[in-house]
Design a protein around this ligand. Structure first.
Ligand SMILES: [Zn+2]
Length: 137
């Protein structure tokens, strides 16, 4: 990876696995300008999961799920961090049940609702109100 300030080569000076988020955190240092910055390596789920809709297929968009969960968790001060951790849990569960890397869009909303309801019932009720195919309360 090159420096975001000057474009020169960088080296990794520290690295830590983040099991909860299934990511690797890395501190990088530029060899030319000594700038220090952080990167997070994570799986590209858009290439690993295909979402089946009634009439078409599309790549899984992690950010779409993240935004949806963060909106439902809006009453919590840690909404975005909680949503990121829940997305990691949901995608791991989806990959276990995916057939040849593809999942039905309904499976995503049902898994999201299921994981969310164990974490925060108010957020699950909010999520359910915005997704018609989740179980009714
Ligand atoms: Zn640099």
């Amino acid at each position: 990876m090159v420096c975001l300030y000057c474009g020169s080569r960088t080296e990794v000076v520290n690295s830590r696995p983040q099991k909860r988020l299934n990511q690797t955190w890395r501190r990088r240092k530029c060899r030319a300008c000594d700038a220090i910055f952080t990167t997070n390596e994570s799986i590209d789920y858009s290439a690993a999961i295909i979402v089946k809709h009634k009439a078409h297929l599309e790549s899984f968009e992690r950010d779409k799920l993240l935004i949806s969960l963060a909106a439902s968790l809006g009453h919590r001060t840690s909404a975005v961090a909680d949503a990121a951790a829940l997305v990691a849990t949901i995608t791991q569960k989806l990959l276990i049940t995916a057939v040849n890397g593809s999942v039905d869009v309904k499976d995503i909303t049902n898994k999201a609702y299921d994981v969310l309801s164990r974490f925060d019932t108010l957020a699950a009720a909010h999520y359910s109100a915005y997704h018609n195919d989740t179980p009714q309360l």
